[in-house]
Design a binder for this molecule. Structure first.
Ligand code: HEC
Length: 183
């Protein structure tokens, strides 16, 4: 091989080597960068899924209650605690005696099984006025647990009874008071 062609081969090999080296380093940097992105987006998606699961579980728990378990819980409930709770938390807006008298909120004198949003002299929100169901124990439970969630658009600003015992005691009082007013 001549000296000239040796030089040429050397140059070609150098260029080739340089090309391989730069593309290898480039790959290395690019790959690492890509890996980071993949793991990051996986993490975000995963944490999204977690919160979604949490929400789904919460919803299941709060809708787990049914008529029979409310009736069973009412047997153990404390009427006096319910009355105290209502005087403190509801009486500023609601009246509980006959004859029916509205305050900021409608009278609750005979609320059990009364049609939702049905007192003619009271100006309800559309959310309650257009609901044609009745105040069964279950509906009262779900409404009082989270008024704005159960009756979207209600104008009752009360935020709901989060403590299950207090909620059941409140129902016990509403039930007993409604029954007394029937007689
Ligand atoms: C800050 C005032 C306020 C408080 C406190 C309040 N409410 Fe109300 N309540 C209202 C208003 C206003 C409405 C009418 C809601 C509508 O039209 O959307 C209402 C509606 C209701 C209804 C529906 C009545 C019907 O005729 O359909 C029930 C049941 C009820 N409240 C129960 C309670 C109970 C029980 C408490 C206490 C734990 C309570 N509220 C606390 C203002 C209040």
């Amino acid at each position: 091989m001549s000296y000239e062609s040796n030089k040429l081969l050397c140059a070609v090999l150098t260029v080739l080597l340089f090309y391989l080296l730069t593309s290898f380093i480039g790959d290395l940097i690019y790959k690492n960068d890509n890996d980071k992105k993949v793991s990051l987006s996986y993490f975000i998606e995963d944490s999204k899924n977690n919160t979604k699961e949490e929400i789904e579980i919460k919803e299941e728990v709060s809708t787990q209650i049914d008529k029979d378990s409310i009736i069973a819980l009412l047997k153990e409930a404390n009427l006096q605690d319910g009355e105290n709770f209502i005087k403190k938390n509801c009486a500023s807006c609601h009246d509980f005696d006959l004859p029916l008298k509205n305050k900021i909120g409608p009278s609750l004198a005979n609320i059990i099984n009364r049609e939702i949003g049905s007192i003619n002299s009271y100006k309800y929100s559309k959310a309650l006025r257009e609901n044609t169901n009745s105040w069964s124990l279950l509906n009262l439970y779900l409404f009082l647990e989270n008024p704005k969630e159960w009756a979207k658009g209600t104008k009752m600003s009360y935020r709901g009874i989060k403590d299950k015992n207090k909620l059941i005691n409140t129902l016990k009082y509403l039930e007993s008071n409604s029954r007394n007013n029937e007689n």
